[in-house]
Design a protein around this ligand. Structure first.
Ligand code: CUA
Length: 306
């Protein structure tokens, strides 16, 4: 959050900074006065009862009014920042719908029908409206460099948040509400592209993957379709259309697997399929005991889904 990359993230850091400055000055003042008094008016042997001071009306009025004024200023500044950071979408349709699952993110672009997971691509320099939903328990969507965080609450699909990125790049985020065993590995990557590159990415993701060309890829596709993979995952253009796990239509184009826990390499994907619990204990996906040749074919097929 200390590297803000959007107007709203800068607003948040400014608010935080000035609240810290005001709080810091008061802290130093109060602590300093206490330490000074302890030292200056310390008891010495032979001292009698200290002078009893029943009160000082001027001082009491001053230290009631000063904090009231200070808090009123912070209140007004906070309120105006909140209105800029989190404006009412006023009926505007979301650009991206993100749904929190234990422990990954379902990502949908309603205008183009693109569905992906964990990695969210956005065009640079634009305010992007996110609708935030939850499939099971409460999650919290937070990409600190790009905007505020917001809860995802089951049965309360109306939460929205605006994110923007001033510069192209990869921005990391995470679930910010404890949601079970793998809460810490519920990572988000937001990839901000120049508009043209983003349009190209969206076109690519909206396309249906080409039919497998080589014998091994055909075998891999067949293994996928005949295994229980299809009970949870979807691949556009095939019979697999389940929603319980991440959509795999273009899984080969993603950077990581398991919501950010490992890099998306053929070797890692193979390990993940054999025993995902060794990598991410508690994950909902069971392990599968494929022969080395079958595993190679399946990994090659999934990797080919670019
Ligand atoms: Cu999802 Cu913590």
């Amino acid at each position: 959050m200390f590297n803000p990359n959007s107007p709203q993230a800068r607003d948040i850091v400014d608010l935080f900074f000035w609240s810290m400055v005001i709080g810091g000055v008061i802290f130093v003042l109060v602590t300093g006065l206490i330490l000074y008094s302890v030292w200056r008016f310390r008891g010495r042997p032979g001292d009698g009862e200290p002078h009893q001071n029943p009160g000082n009306r001027k001082l009491e009025i001053a230290w009631t009014i000063a904090p009231t004024v200070l808090l009123a200023i912070i209140f007004v500044v906070t309120l105006s920042a909140m209105r800029r950071i989190d404006p009412d979408p006023a009926g505007q349709q979301p650009d991206v719908i993100v749904t929190g699952y234990s422990w990954w993110w379902h990502v949908e672009y309603p205008n183009s029908g693109v569905v992906t997971a964990n990695e969210i691509h956005i065009p640079v320099g634009q305010q992007v409206l996110f609708q935030l939903k939850a499939a099971d328990v409460i999650h919290d969507f937070w990409v600190p460099e790009l905007g505020p965080k917001k809860d995802m609450i089951p049965g309360h699909p109306g939460n929205t948040v605006w994110l923007a990125a001033d510069e192209p790049g990869i921005y990391l985020g995470a679930c910010a509400e404890y949601c079970g065993t793998q809460h810490a590995w519920m990572r988000i990557r937001v990839i901000a592209h120049p508009q043209e590159e983003f349009d190209e990415w969206l076109r690519q993701q909206a396309s249906i993957p080409a039919a497998p060309m080589s014998e091994e890829l055909v075998r891999g596709a067949q293994i996928f379709q005949e295994s229980t993979c299809v009970n949870c995952h979807a691949i556009a253009g095939t019979n697999a259309n389940a929603q319980a796990g991440p959509n795999l239509t273009h899984v080969g184009s993603r950077l990581t697997l398991g919501a950010g826990i490992i890099d998306n390499t053929p070797e890692n994907l193979g390990q993940w399929i054999l025993n995902p619990h060794a990598i991410k204990p508690g994950v909902q996906m069971p392990g599968y005991n494929y022969s080395p040749a079958d595993l190679r074919a399946l990994v090659a097929y999934l990797g080919s889904l670019q």
